[in-house]
Design a protein around this ligand. Structure first.
Ligand code: ZN
Ligand code: ZN
Length: 611
């Protein structure tokens, strides 16, 4: 089992740990300290030794920041996590704040008392973030202190060790383009910016550029390390040699000078000292400690995006084919799971049983079809009844809920396969749904279909079309507090930039990009609804009479959408046609991958015409 159900969060320790941290801060002449959900690589999923925010506060969400002061402590989370925060952290000692409306730097500007010495660990914040903190502190009349050692680490007695999982080579049959040519392209970008080198700190960029995968963080195949790509000559790769077998070492040796991670800071300083040209750093990804190393060595810095991000996001032909195959296989596994779920008496089920069954279906189907499940893409969200309204709910032994007839069950999950990463959400009723539930579900479906059918001119960004999926909900006075979609990697991160379908989606949607399409509707205390397909940006046929070349989405995810929850009266004929064509395609493409007659029969029913 890749998913564990152990209780990770402990609200009862927050008070004592906060006390210990404050004592430590006092000895360092600090009045406050910022604890982000971050590691030195700005990973979304952290290695256990970087779970500082969870250790201190009990909050285990994938985004958030705490600001600890002498007499108050504040936790900033976004709309996905407001309910979860209240359940996981001790609300007597921590005050919840809104990460989107009042991000930490705005809060500092408005609320930090003049004269405060606020500490940060520069390894855990990006260059851009520290600049915002500096500015906010000076507005508030406070001082930002860059700490050489992390005060929280000094009080975290039993912190786990850094991970050392083995590295594997991502073969050409799945990567499509060799590491040699990817690295050459990166060096070209470095030259175009008239810089001496760039530093890759995002493990997903390193994994992509070198065609390697690892297992240092949960559910994302990353190997932690650093890379320096110079304008000419061999790249330098800093990776713990204990992670490398002989063939991986030989392979990497062919592509880079190999060093231990401890050599990274000295090598970077030496490069900055001897280069006449500046070093290219991504202020939104590279941490402030690295920026300071370059600056202190007398090097100049040019701010530019991580040059791997763009090419990584636009999948090549091999990766596109891989994504299609991975989704089809994942769909076959999911259909098997849904057929099973429908055959169970609701009262015999609980959330953990459901999550286990889904992972088993993925593992067995992957095995049978010759492409093993390498991991789940994230902890499966299985929110029954009111738990469905907690957007990023993770079931554990204490939260596990027994299903009752009439519950809606929201299941958001994904798999990691050599040829692709999947992410899908479906909602299943365990009894006759209410009219309101059907109405909410159908409104969400209308938004999901509107995005699936969208046509947009080249140059369109996610922010420009995010509203398409919301419009049917807005018309009904409803909305959801999360983005409509995120980028997805190719056997890499399930959340990947630069593209997103959201208010923050400023990157152009280019052919070959994969995004999720996942509007939702949440009734706190009652149920949650979300329908999620992955789609790929494609050049679309020019509509008749049109003269502007347009892009559109082709749907990758192939799993029926529950007909029992659809109110056909709320769909117009275009929407009905889209749904029926989608279901016909699901049936056509999945049937050859399904052996079990009873599952095939279930699929037949689940994809029958909606009239
Ligand atoms: Zn999802
Ligand atoms: Zn998603």
């Amino acid at each position: 089992m890749f998913q564990s159900f152990t209780v990770r969060s402990d609200a009862t320790r927050g008070k004592l740990r906060l006390h210990a941290l404050r004592k430590r801060l006092a000895t360092m002449q600090l009045d406050g300290f910022v604890v982000p959900h971050a590691d030195a690589h700005q990973n979304e999923y952290l290695p256990p030794n970087a779970e500082r925010l969870a250790w201190l506060t009990g909050f285990t969400g994938s985004a958030g920041t705490a600001i600890v002061l002498a007499d108050s402590a504040h936790i900033f989370v976004d709309g996905r996590y407001t309910l979860q925060l209240r359940e996981q952290a001790d609300m007597d000692v921590f005050t919840p704040e809104d990460l989107i409306d009042t991000p930490p730097h705005r809060w500092i500007e408005k609320n930090l008392p003049a004269g405060t010495r606020l500490g940060v660990d520069p390894w855990l914040h990006t260059i851009g973030e520290v600049e915002r903190f500096e500015k906010a502190c000076s507005e508030a009349g406070a001082t930002l202190v860059h700490c050489d050692t992390n005060p929280l680490d000094a009080v975290w007695q039993d912190a786990p060790p850094a991970p050392l999982a083995p590295v594997s080579i991502h073969p050409m049959e799945h990567a499509g383009v060799s590491a040699k040519s990817k690295l050459a392209a990166l060096a070209r970008t470095v030259r175009e910016h008239k810089t001496a080198a760039t530093v890759l700190t995002d493990p997903a960029s390193i994994a992509w550029a070198f065609n390697i995968r690892g297992h240092d963080v949960a559910h994302t195949p990353l190997a932690l390390g650093w890379a320096i790509v110079p304008s000419r000559g061999d790249p330098l790769l800093f990776i713990d040699s204990r992670k490398l077998g002989n063939s991986e070492r030989a392979y990497l040796h062919d592509h880079a000078e190999l060093h231990e991670p401890v050599a990274f800071t000295d090598s970077l300083a030496a490069l900055a000292r001897r280069s006449r040209r500046p070093i290219m750093l991504d202020p939104g990804r590279v941490n402030a400690a690295i920026g300071a190393i370059v600056a202190e060595a007398g090097g100049k810095i040019v701010h530019a995006p991580d040059p791997a991000i763009g090419p990584r996001a636009t999948k090549n032909r091999t990766e596109r084919r891989g994504a299609i195959n991975a989704q089809r296989r994942d769909g076959a596994a999911f259909v098997r799971f849904l057929a099973w779920l429908d055959a169970q008496a609701p009262e015999t089920l609980d959330e953990i049983t459901i999550v286990r069954k889904l992972e088993t279906c993925r593992a067995e189907t992957g095995e049978r079809l010759g492409m093993p499940l390498r991991d789940i893409a994230f902890d499966t969200i299985c929110g029954s009844g009111p738990n469905g309204a907690i957007v990023h709910y993770r079931v554990d032994e204490t939260s596990n809920r027994r299903i009752t007839a009439g519950d809606l069950i929201l299941i958001d999950s994904g798999g990691q396969y050599d040829d692709g990463t999947t992410d899908i959400t479906r909602v299943v009723p365990t009894g006759p749904p209410t009219q309101t539930q059907r109405r909410h579900f159908t409104l969400v479906l209308k938004g999901m279909i509107a995005m699936s059918r969208a046509r947009f001119p080249q140059g369109t960004r996610g922010v420009d079309i995010d509203a398409l999926a919301r419009a049917p909900l807005w018309t009904a006075g409803l909305d959801y507090k999360h983005g409509t979609g995120h980028g997805v990697g190719s056997y890499l991160s399930v959340h990947e930039g630069p593209q997103s379908l959201s208010r923050r989606g400023m990157a152009e949607l280019k052919a070959g990009m994969i995004v999720s399409n996942e509007p939702g509707c949440y009734r706190p205390g009652e149920y949650g609804i979300r329908i999620e397909n992955l789609v790929m940006v494609d050049a679309a046929r020019l509509p008749e009479g049109g003269d502007v070349p347009v892009h559109g989405f082709s749907t990758l995810t192939l799993v029926p959408i529950d007909r029992r929850l659809i109110d056909p009266k709320l769909l117009d004929r275009h929407e009905r046609r889209w749904l029926n064509r989608y279901h016909a395609r699901v049936r056509r493409e999945l049937s050859p991958l399904i052996e079990d007659e009873s599952v095939l029969a279930w699929l037949q029913g689940a994809t029958a015409l909606v009239k």
